[in-house]
Design a protein around this ligand. Sequence first.
Ligand SMILES: [Zn+2]
Length: 254
Amino acid sequence: MTKITKNVYSIEGITHPDPRGKVFPYLFIEDEDNLTLIDPGFLAQIPVLEKYLQNIGYDIKNVKRIILTHVHVDHAQAANEVKRKSGARIYSHWIESRYLAHNPPYMGPPSTQETLEKLENLGISAESLSREYGTLEVEPISVDDQVSDGDMIGSLKVIHTPGHTPGHISLYYEKDKLLLGADSIYKKVFGAEGMYISAPQVSMDPTTAIVSAQRLSRINFDKLLMAHQDAPLLEGAREAVEKLVAEYIQNLKG
Ligand SMILES: [Zn+2]
């Protein structure tokens, strides 16, 4: 699955240091040679990104906007380099822009140390990690345009979905009833069976993440594209999220 709709591509081929995981950057075609890249991913994998763009008839110079849904390394690390290559402007929520600038630095969860320990437990050595990914740190990123809930970035509407991180955003493309949920919701990755809301080990505020997912469930969408998933949900996604949220809230109430 790569071309989701006329305007939306899921970028394949980006690996994740956690072998049970995957991460998907997304490409939104605003119009000819005006591309929006959502979460460019790891610095070491820019060649994969460039190859992908070439395969679908574009060049990295066609990228005019880079949207960072949040500060985590598997989403944001390549942003400065993609900007350097393309001249694109970087967008993020105003809260996340502070963390992206390291003012203050984002301490997790997960911290880099926690991530390294988790990977070590999965049998991934520090040596093989640094060979493939270099560092798991994100250098300071200067955001060009800080956005708030409800703002439009081109044709994409910003939905502030805090919890995973404080300034985490999702993006809504009304024309296709399509929601880019980033790390709000996951599906069949990292060893889990089904869909789940951003887990406590990787969320600054797991309860707020549930409230954000509930808010998403009230948006009129059919398609849900997640950053970490086995495959996107291309129909009935709103109902699936509504059911998931109801289960979480039931559990919270005990
Ligand atoms: Zn994340």
